[in-house]
Design a protein around this ligand. Structure first.
Ligand SMILES: [Cu+2]
Length: 68
């Protein structure tokens, strides 16, 4: 299990953080999602089969792409 942090510039309100949390939590292997409105950072605790690429893909699909 590891924790990855993503910068998501598109976060602008609590609805955004809620949407991101819901979408990422649906991914198998993701155990915890913390999306922060102030820092626009998303912290994800995961284990296989979830990985960084899957989280990035899900963020992009939800229209909240992670910054590089
Ligand atoms: Cu919003």
């Amino acid at each position: 299990m590891k924790t990855l942090t993503f910068s998501v510039p598109g976060i602008h309100c609590n609805h955004c953080t809620h949407t991101i949390s819901m979408e990422l939590s649906d991914i198998e292997g993701v155990s915890k999602v913390e999306a922060d409105l102030d820092t626009k950072m998303v912290k994800v605790t995961l284990e296989p089969p979830a990985d960084e690429a899957k989280i990035r893909a899900a963020l992009a699909e939800t229209n909240y792409p992670a910054a590089d």
